[in-house]
Design a protein around this ligand. Structure first.
Ligand SMILES: Cc1ncc(COP(=O)(O)O)c(C=O)c1O
Length: 294
């Protein structure tokens, strides 16, 4: 069987990429020179007419596929009524969306919703909420995670050093720990040891013992997309351990109650929407799922 080779990027795509380099900021990290013309469902076409299957789904946030007819219709209908009124005023759709999210949100309590324009903005809002609600300043993040490129979220982002290069200082107070990745564990472990336990051990017995006062930690930051990458492992063990050790130890000495705990928004599933529950005195069991990670 012969493999058919395509001329990609084609001449139209190459011309657009060349024009792009003149006036578009080089800070956009392009993966390859694909220039979209249109998409339908799971497929998309480039400007030269080449047809692709879109496995990336708009960085995993286009769960309805390209140009879903109902979404196109809703956008058209709304654009004809009004496009912008700002958050200084009320509108019924905002309320209706909040009610719907509250219905399907996995938390036991009613949720209070803050709408953001992007993933990074939702992370910024969660950082502020964590500090405001706990009165604490410091955080724990994970090596390998991506949380965005604005100053607060960038301080958690640790997937490539180039994202940090020449932007120091970012927000102070973030300690990075290895993510429990059983395929590429950063700690030397005995055979069949749990990668999650090794990270918890490091947080408790090295970080908290040597450099990071646990009672000053406002939140442990994790992203769903990072979590998905290692979901095969005993991540749940790690998640539960975090709820009772990292967050709980940070919040109280008895380990039986967790006064306040926060978590970053579920960016993977709800790209532009940060969702969290009202933060109040709560036992670890009563914490919303995002805080428990479980
Ligand atoms: C987990 C996670 N958080 C935050 C972001 C930043 O989102 P945005 O590019 O919309 O600011 C991303 C983007 O890929 C992400 O994957």
């Amino acid at each position: 069987m012969s493999i058919q080779k395509y001329d990609v990027p084609g001449p139209k795509a190459r011309a657009i990429v060349e024009r792009d380099t003149k006036h578009t900021s080089p800070s956009y990290p392009r993966d390859y020179p694909f220039v979209i013309d249109h998409g339908r469902g799971a497929e998309c076409w480039d400007v030269d007419g080449n047809r692709y299957i879109d496995f990336a789904a708009g960085i995993a946030v286009l769960s309805t596929g390209h140009a879903h007819p109902e979404i196109v219709k809703a956008i058209q209908q709304q654009a004809e009524k009004y496009i912008h009124i700002s958050s200084d005023f009320y509108h019924e759709l905002m309320v209706a969306l909040g009610e719907r999210i509250n219905e399907i949100a996995p938390m036991q309590e009613d949720v209070s919703i803050f709408y953001a324009n992007s993933g990074t903005e939702s992370v910024e809002a969660a950082i502020k909420l964590a500090r405001y609600a706990t009165g604490r300043q410091r955080f724990i993040g994970f090596l390998g995670a991506f949380h965005g490129r604005s100053m607060g979220s960038l301080s958690f982002t640790a997937s490539r050093f180039t994202q940090q290069e020449r932007f120091f200082p970012t927000m102070p107070g973030v300690w990075h720990v290895p993510f429990p990745d059983p395929y590429r564990p950063l700690f030397i472990m005995p055979p069949n040891a749990d990668a999650g336990d090794a990270v918890i051990d490091y947080i408790e017995n090295v970080l908290f013992a040597k450099t990071l006062p646990p009672e000053e930690v406002a939140a442990v930051w994790s992203s769903r997309s990072r979590a998905k990458a290692v979901i095969l492992s005993r991540l749940r063990t790690f998640s539960r351990a975090c709820a009772s050790c990292a967050i709980d130890t940070a919040s109280c000495s008895s380990r039986t109650k967790c006064n306040r705990a926060l978590a970053a928004p579920a960016n993977g599933g709800l790209s532009s929407i940060g969702v969290w529950s009202r933060i109040s005195s709560a036992s670890p069991k009563a914490l919303p799922r995002e805080c428990r990670w479980g």
